[in-house]
Design a protein around this ligand. Structure first.
Ligand SMILES: *Cc1c(COP(=O)(O)O)cnc(C)c1O
Length: 391
């Protein structure tokens, strides 16, 4: 076998390998390990989406290659949703592009824009896809620290002028994985102005816009007047409709970024998403029970969140309830690193949590706890954590 490409060397080593190994060892000994590490909804896709899929899969028109840009009905449904939900006008033919999940879209957008040496502004901690593809494409990641003191929002005034001038892309993700932080429209206004000043494409990963609590409603960056000149947003069906396995999302916003950038890479890489899945996604957005379904999911996550915050505080950990996402970002006790604390919880409580350092150096000092498991199991995990830390 020949050696893999040099660029693979830029992919950081898998940080959770040690923990995965220990988890497998425990499980092979028959230990009941509970994972709070998984960022994937445990509840099923709504019946109305599944039933639409069952009908559409039999439609032989969809058995051929799909439209590259996505079926117009899908793009129209996304545009209607943006109008209804955010008050944002989108032209479904030029400002909406169908994706096989946000992940591929985010990755391919980077390949459409980043030449070797270009700077990519990336929050730290963050979803690893931004940094990995920026590096694979030969770009230079410049990290924007997200700290508790600034409510996990980046301070753009700290970006040196010459770095900003070399930057092509700026990534944001609110409600935020892994910190659970949210961003206001005022903050988005500042970022849009910054991107206009330096001619940077703003990439908003809005995967958790619908996963919010306590009456909080998350904005879209496209609500900022003029944002479409500099921004694209990624909106995924994965989290709000428990559809991570279906692989369906949309990129919306700046027409050139979508159709002269991302779309060029995509038409030469994939051939679009199965049209039956796009039709099922239309059902997700347009069914009369759609909003009620999301409310029901959020009520479940909110209950789990409150249970987890209470349980973790009883175990002596300081944690704030997030307004969005299904993650808790928990500071580790003094004397621990994120990895040593995750190892302790695995060994002493048979509970898996994700070390924050896996999301970037500013994730050090935290672990991420996911709420995507049944209440009974969550309670059991919290009990075990309390016993392990308090004896
Ligand atoms: C889950 C998630 C996504 C969604 O990815 P899909 O590929 O659409 O399933 C995107 N960004 C972040 C930060 C996520 O946590």
């Amino acid at each position: 076998m020949p050696k893999v490409a040099q660029r693979i060397a830029t992919v950081p080593p898998y940080l959770f390998a040690q923990i995965d190994k220990k988890k497998s060892e425990l499980m092979s000994k028959g230990v009941d390990v509970i994972s709070l590490g998984i960022g994937d909804p445990d509840l099923p896709t709504p019946d109305f989406v599944v039933e639409r899929m069952q009908r559409e899969v039999a439609n032989s028109r969809w058995h051929q290659y799909p439209d590259y840009d996505g079926h117009l009905l899908f793009r129209e449904a996304v545009a209607d949703f943006y109008k209804r939900r955010f008050g944002v006008d989108l032209d479904p033919k030029q400002e909406v592009l169908t994706l096989i999940g946000s992940k591929e879209g985010l990755a391919h957008l980077i390949w459409a824009y980043v030449d070797p040496g270009d700077v990519v502004l990336i929050p730290d901690p963050a979803y690893p896809v931004y940094q990995i593809h920026a590096s694979l494409a030969g770009g230079t990641p410049y990290f924007l620290p997200l700290t508790r003191e600034r409510n996990f929002l980046p301070d753009l005034s700290l970006v040196p002028e010459e770095v900003a001038r070399r930057a092509k892309l700026l990534f944001l993700n609110y409600p935020n994985n892994p910190t659970g932080a949210v961003a206001s429209l005022d903050f988005y206004e500042e970022v849009v102005a910054f991107c206009q000043r330096y001619d940077i494409l703003l990439v908003s990963d809005n995967a958790y816009s619908e996963t919010t609590f306590d009456g909080y409603v998350a904005p879209s960056v496209l609500q900022v007047p003029g944002a479409k000149e500099v921004a694209v947003e990624f909106w995924s069906f994965s989290k709000p409709f428990n559809m991570t396995g279906w692989r369906i999302a949309a990129a919306v916003g700046n027409a050139d970024a979508l159709y002269k950038g991302l779309g060029i890479i995509k038409t030469n890489t994939d051939s679009g998403q199965f049209t039956a899945i796009q039709m099922a996604a239309v059902e997700a957005l347009t069914h009369p029970q759609s909003e009620a379904f999301i409310r029901e999911m959020n009520a479940i996550y909110q209950r789990r969140r409150d249970l987890a915050v209470e349980g973790l505080r009883a175990a002596g950990l300081q944690v704030e309830p997030p307004k969005g996402t299904f993650y808790l970002w928990v500071p580790v006790p003094k004397g621990h690193t994120s990895t040593s604390f995750a190892e302790l919880l695995l060994t002493e409580a048979a509970v898996v949590v994700t070390p924050g350092v896996g999301y970037g150096q500013y994730g050090e000092g935290y672990v991420r706890i996911s709420l995507s498991l049944k209440e009974e199991r969550l309670k059991e995990a919290l009990d075990r954590i309390r016993k392990a830390l308090k004896g």
